[in-house]
Design a protein around this ligand. Structure first.
Ligand SMILES: Cc1cc2nc3c(=O)[nH]c(=O)nc-3n(C[C@H](O)[C@H](O)[C@H](O)COP(=O)(O)OP(=O)(O)OC[C@H]3O[C@@H](n4cnc5c(N)ncnc54)[C@H](O)[C@@H]3O)c2cc1C
Length: 403
């Protein structure tokens, strides 16, 4: 049964907007509250994102397939090089997508946000910008959600408010993040010259430990990332970030180095990589978490947003199957969602942490031996790993086609 009060979603990131769209397709009332203003979102610098098939497919099932395919670039394999442009290994990913699945896609985050926002608007989902969730109180028959400018009552509260989630903090107390020891610059640049269609290129310079990646994201543009070891919170003087990024990229091949130099200096994003220790308490009563708020993970496998999408569609599936008009029905549906997600997210997170924290051997010979072992391991393991990674979530109550 449909609840009287809307389901309140905190955060209009990939996870929050996907959840709102999936809930609306089930005919459930939902409203999204996002702390950033519409102008802040519009003017934010661009970056790229890989939506592996496990996330592209459920988004396709929400009716977004054609729009995603038109806006994005397919991904069929990843090539990994040293800083002199010599290939270290290739990972084929496309052969391991599931039957009837959409391909893996690289897309501009701004394009994905625009697609999700317009789909929410078409379904009449209110997305309130510039309104920050500051806390909540559970009552006998709902949740009072406190905002920077008032209070709203919901039948449930979904904390999709990212790695520094306010909802998580109230639910579990102050959860310290773990800093990976690595920070990043990201940017988007016009032109795909020198790139291989459908193939992200990754580079690593062993001497400086600067890494990077560059990949087409559709619309004759490419996204790039630089990453290196640095203390958390370290920043360049304002106005000097671009020169810093150009200096770091000097050790990497021209296909990446030149793009960093060509990128608008005002359009760089600097992000330190934080993640959460694993925990299995995602909710209480009528409150739950999804995406980074529940399980922020290192970005090495590009699965953070993908897991947020998986969470979102399973959450909507569980709520659609629940009896949301009874006091216990909402809580039972939310616990069902959490139970269905734990094993899957735990495994994906483990893979990401493993890759991100693998000890780098000291010395050229040890590194050479490790490289050989890695290649041998990938040759055997890639099929199983990529097959499992790209498995789309199974739903028990898919929304009817065309709904
Ligand atoms: C360098 C880098 C590269 C990455 N590459 C990939 C990739 O290729 N593929 C992939 O799947 N993942 C990737 N990720 C991870 C991905 O970015 C995150 O996992 C994903 O954005 C999480 O989505 P989310 O919706 O849970 O949270 P977010 O995207 O963080 O969205 C949270 C939203 O909540 C809003 N918000 C925060 N607090 C409040 C509040 N109190 N009230 C209201 N609104 C609030 C925020 O403004 C934001 O809009 C990468 C991450 C990094 C750092």
């Amino acid at each position: 049964m449909v609840p009287h009060d809307p389901i309140v979603v905190a955060g209009a990131g990939v996870g929050g907007l996907t959840a709102a769209l999936a809930l609306a397709r089930h005919g459930l009332p939902v409203e999204v509250y996002e702390r950033r203003t519409a102008d802040e979102i519009r003017d934010a610098p661009g970056s790229g994102l890989t939506l592996w098939s496990n996330a592209a497919t459920p988004l396709g099932r929400l009716g977004l397939g054609d729009r995603l395919l038109a806006a994005a670039e397919r991904v069929v394999e990843i090539r990994n090089f040293d800083s002199r442009g010599r290939i270290r290994f290739t990972m084929r990913t496309h052969p391991y997508i599931w039957p009837d699945a959409l391909p893996s896609l690289s897309i501009g985050r701004m394009d994905l946000a625009a697609i999700l926002l317009s789909a929410c608007a078409q379904r009449g989902v209110p997305v309130h910008h510039g309104r920050r969730v500051t806390g909540y109180r559970q009552t006998g028959d709902g949740v009072e959600v406190r905002l920077n400018d008032g209070t709203v009552t919901g039948s449930a509260l979904i904390g999709a408010d990212g790695v520094r989630s306010t909802v998580l903090r109230q639910l579990r107390g102050d959860v310290p993040g773990t800093y990976l020891g690595r920070t990043t610059y990201r940017g988007v640049c016009a032109g795909t010259d020198g790139l291989v269609p459908e193939v992200p290129l990754l580079f690593h310079d062993e001497a400086t430990r600067v890494g990077g990646g560059v990949y087409p994201i559709g619309g004759d543009r490419a996204a790039w990332t630089l990453s290196w070891k640095a203390p958390a919170g370290e920043r360049e003087q304002p106005g000097r970030e671009h020169a810093h990024a150009v200096r770091l990229a000097r050790v990497l091949p021209a296909v990446l180095r030149d793009r960093v130099a060509r990128t608008d200096p005002d359009a760089l994003i600097r992000t330190d990589i934080w993640y959460h220790e694993w925990h299995e308490t995602w909710g209480d009563g009528r409150v739950t978490l999804l995406g980074d708020a529940a399980h922020a993970m290192p970005n090495d496998l590009g699965q953070g947003a993908c897991q947020a999408v998986e969470d979102a569609v399973v959450l909507a599936d569980a709520l659609a199957a629940g009896d949301l008009a009874t006091p216990t029905g909402v809580a039972a549906a939310l616990r069902d969602y959490e139970r269905r997600r734990l094993d899957r997210v735990k495994w994906v997170r483990q893979q990401s942490v493993q890759v991100a924290t693998a000890a780098e051997p000291r010395g050229a010979v040890a590194r050479w031996a490790m490289g050989k072992l890695t290649r041998a391991y990938l040759a055997v393991a890639e099929k199983g790993m990529w097959r499992r990674m790209q498995q789309p979530p199974e739903l028990t109550h898919p929304a009817p086609v065309g709904s």
